[in-house]
Write a protein that binds this ligand. Structure first.
Ligand code: GAR
Length: 203
């Protein structure tokens, strides 16, 4: 069987990347292989996680004044030369253009730290999502893995998991609980699901 070659796009700490690495180690990603990590931030700790696991890394920066098209062309080149089949956005803090995502139909998945359609779309990322959930006063939040299309956080949902909001939660405490109970569980499972479909097509 030819495994689906996965590129993980990151911008920061990379705990979701770590969850994917750990799942692969445990044999829970049998149809996929973590082939490349691409960061739009040279200082992302996720790059160290990849390097110490022996996964190839690439840094694609958007220079000041550079167009989104030129920035995305750099990413496309890296992906094409590594023969990548699917992309996992794991804390990737840039919105990909409609042109970019049209080239990867149902081949890009994203993890978002809320129950979509709540607290999502442009401007809702990282800690801000949890700040908004606490400000609204919801009692349940969670995480969502979805396909990426031209609408930010608007693609078809693959999996969701609810997480309780507790009295006294700060955005940081809630973020950590959502990661532990939902994100790190959902993302590897979804990556395997999509990998399996792609691997079947490659067979
Ligand atoms: C995660 O909580 C992820 O769901 C969120 O950023 C964090 C990245 O953490 N992504 C978004 O908000 C995307 N809209 P990580 O770098 O430790 O995986």
């Amino acid at each position: 069987m030819r495994k689906a070659r996965i590129a993980v796009l990151v911008s920061g700490g990379g705990t979701n990347l770590q969850a994917l690495i750990d799942a692969q180690r445990r044999g829970e990603l049998p149809h996929g292989e973590l082939a490349l990590v691409v960061s739009n931030n040279a200082g992302a700790y996720a790059l160290e996680r990849a390097a110490r696991t022996g996964i190839e890394t690439a840094v694609c920066l958007r220079a000041k004044g550079e167009s989104r098209a030129d920035f995305e062309a750099k990413i496309q080149r890296v992906l094409a030369t590594r023969d990548i089949d699917m992309l996992v956005l794991a804390g990737f803090m840039a919105i990909l253009s409609a042109d970019f995502v049209a080239r990867w139909p149902e081949r890009i998945i994203n993890i978002h730290p809320s129950l979509i359609p709540s607290f999502c779309g442009e401007g809702f990322y990282g800690l801000r999502v949890h700040e908004a959930a606490l400000a609204y006063g919801v009692k349940v939040t969670g995480a969502t893995v979805h396909y990426v299309n031209e609408i930010p956080d608007g693609g078809r949902i693959i999996a969701q998991k609810a997480v309780e909001v507790r009295e006294g939660d700060t955005p940081e405490i809630l973020q950590r609980r959502v990661m532990e109970e939902a994100e790190w569980v959902l993302l590897p499972r979804a990556a395997e699901l999509v990998s399996e479909r792609i691997a079947a097509g490659k067979a």
